[in-house]
Design a protein around this ligand. Structure first.
Ligand SMILES: Cc1cc2nc3c(=O)[nH]c(=O)nc-3n(C[C@H](O)[C@H](O)[C@H](O)COP(=O)(O)OP(=O)(O)OC[C@H]3O[C@@H](n4cnc5c(N)ncnc54)[C@H](O)[C@@H]3O)c2cc1C
Length: 390
């Protein structure tokens, strides 16, 4: 077991959680990430971690880092208001996985994504290699896997795990038929620091706005304390970037409904959004309009079912790399974290007994079942969000 070495492609939430789980189980690992630095680009802002995601984090992280994760969660009310674009109440359209009245969601934690990544990086920095874009791999006769990177580096490992997200290069090679489909929708998101001035009516927990054919969410992120102080208290040595309280917003809907084309993904979406939101309440328009261009990102919504099978061996996948899903259900990261926990636990058990190949089959069967349930829930959520007026 001491010689077994896992190479993880991708230092997103899933890949880093797996790395922490392996560290805890005493299994050797290294993570290879294409971005040159942890904060090279916006990977998102507010992320909601449900009870399953929290259980996975608790199982993989050391107790003090898990306590830090909890302490850095937003303290603003999580109960949601479901409103029209004029900020009047609506009923009956919330996806079940968002319903704040459901017992299952009572303990969701909203955290800042970069902060969660920084916590997940803590203590394993020496094993996370940035600037290592994965290119390809070759399985060797002795059961090991040789892996090549854009940096010309080459490594050998006993297990190669693709946690490289929705555009996974590892999935392209291992399971080319599992390519996710473009749903035709887009998610545009951004943040504005507090105070909100004239838009202070949005400084109230979560506001979900159901418009004709698209949906917007505004989520207040108010933190208990300065992150540097929290890190000193719970996990000295963990470097957290200070984050000011902010309002997160995201708009999701079919591209044509939002007045965007396939080529617009890297352009400033605000002019198109001005048209979409022209009849909306002034607070909503103001927040979107005054978001700094650098704080806005747009992503096409893709969905990929994990039913493709691949030859058993020493290569596998987790997270969005094999089961991308619409953010409408808020389940993608939670499912990736559960994959990470399941894979680290299954590997630890198997290495102590029968060996890794059986472990992979068990993990993959479990991952497929879990992901199909999450994708179904996300699709139901998306259908509800994009309802149009008859
Ligand atoms: C706006 C928005 C809001 C969301 N909110 C939620 C939410 O509240 N709750 C929730 O559960 N989910 C949410 N999701 C979904 C969630 O973000 C994803 O499901 C989650 O990030 C998947 O994690 P991952 O580790 O599989 O992939 P990623 O987080 O995408 O990480 C993949 C990593 O691999 C790296 N990589 C890519 N290619 C290579 C390569 N060739 N070589 C090396 N490294 C590579 C990438 O740079 C990246 O760091 C949201 C998504 C969006 C877009």
């Amino acid at each position: 077991m001491q010689d077994f070495h896992v190479a993880i492609i991708g230092a997103g939430l899933g890949g880093l959680c797996l790395a922490q789980g392996l560290k805890r189980a005493g299994i050797r690992f290294d993570v290879y990430e294409r971005d040159p630095k942890p904060d090279s680009r916006i990977q998102g802002y507010r992320i909601r971690i449900d009870a399953d995601g929290q259980r996975a984090l608790a199982a993989c992280l050391p107790a003090n880092l898990f306590a830090l994760f909890q302490a850095t969660a937003s303290i603003s009310a999580s109960a949601g208001r479901f409103l029209t674009p004029q900020l009047l109440p609506v009923t009956g359209r919330a996806p079940t996985s968002w319903n704040s009245d459901a017992d299952d969601d009572a303990g969701d934690l909203s955290v800042n994504r970069q902060t969660l990544r920084e916590i997940l990086l803590s203590g394993i920095e020496d094993h996370v290699h940035f600037g290592h874009g994965f290119i390809d791999y070759r399985c060797q006769d002795d059961g090991s896997v040789e892996t090549r990177f854009e940096s010309h580096a080459q490594i050998r490992c006993n297990l190669l795990v693709g946690a490289d997200g929705v555009n996974s290069q590892l999935r392209r090679l291992l399971a080319p038929h599992a390519r996710p489909i473009d749903t035709g929708s887009i998610c545009i998101y951004g943040k504005v620091d507090l105070p909100l001035g004239d838009a202070a009516d949005l400084e109230e927990g979560t506001t979900v706005v159901f418009a004709d054919g698209c949906t917007a969410i505004f989520d207040l992120m108010r933190f208990d304390d300065d992150f540097t102080k929290l890190a000193e208290r719970f996990a000295p040595g963990c470097n957290l970037t200070p984050i000011r309280d902010y309002l997160y917003w995201a708009l999701i809907g079919p591209r044509r409904r939002l007045g965007l084309t396939d080529d617009d993904i890297d352009r400033d979406p605000r002019p198109a959004l001005e048209g979409v939101t022209q009849d909306w309440h002034s607070s909503l328009k103001q927040i979107i309009g005054r978001t700094d261009r650098h704080d806005i990102a747009a992503l096409p919504v893709r969905s990929g079912r994990p039913d493709a099978l691949w030859p058993p061996g020493a290569v596998t996948l987790l997270g969005d790399a094999i089961h991308a899903m619409s953010p409408a259900g808020g389940l993608g990261a939670n499912t990736a974290l559960m994959d990470a926990h399941a894979l680290s636990e299954t590997l630890a058990n198997a290495l102590a007994t029968s060996g890794a190949p059986n472990a992979l089959l068990l993990y993959e069967a479990d991952m497929r079942e879990r992901a199909i349930r999450a994708i179904d829930a996300s699709e139901r959520g998306a259908a509800m969000l994009f309802e149009t007026k008859a």
